[in-house]
Design a protein around this ligand. Structure first.
Ligand SMILES: [Zn+2]
Length: 160
């Protein structure tokens, strides 16, 4: 009996509730649209900041790897290692770090090269910095570290 009474009351109520006005709906929709525009305008800025930070970390890691190769050369008559893994095998490194922008690719690339008849090396980040939400994509194969000229962030710095 009590249930019947309550059901009756509930059925009566909808007519008494104030309906949301058309104007109210427009205000809510306009608010949501403004919020969307605000978040949308912040997103590129935030993603660019994150990308810049990854680039800086990558440069730091490349410099660290290059310094390890130079320490190796200092103890091996000026000869740089043939491969990065030599640095690990001989205790100069515990591991080769991963680029923070890497999407699971090959990892840092190392080339043993000859510079004006002397041993040298070229170390670079193969990919990852030219993808995603970049306003200004970074060139592929950069940053890189050359044993003679040091850290390079673009092709203009290679002197070629
Ligand atoms: Zn990188």
């Amino acid at each position: 009996m009590i249930f019947d009474h309550e059901t009756q009351e509930i059925e009566d109520t909808p007519g008494k509730r104030p309906r949301p006005s058309f104007k109210g709906c427009l205000v809510v929709l306009a608010g949501l649209a403004l919020l969307g525009i605000f978040v949308g305008s912040l997103y590129p800025l935030i993603s660019q900041r994150m990308a810049d930070e990854k680039w800086r970390q990558c440069c730091t890691q490349l410099t660290f790897l290059a310094e390890s190769a130079s320490v190796f050369a200092g103890k091996n008559q000026g000869y740089y290692p043939r491969q990065l893994k030599t640095l690990i095998e001989q205790g100069y490194l515990t591991r080769v770090p991963q680029c923070p922008a890497s999407t699971g690719g090959a990892g840092y690339q190392y080339r043993f090269i000859s510079v004006k008849g002397r041993p040298g090396f070229l170390l670079y980040c193969p990919d990852g910095h030219g993808r995603g939400m970049w306003r200004e994509p970074r060139p592929l194969g950069f940053p890189q570290y050359h044993s003679e000229s040091g850290l390079r962030e673009s092709a203009e710095e290679t002197g070629s």
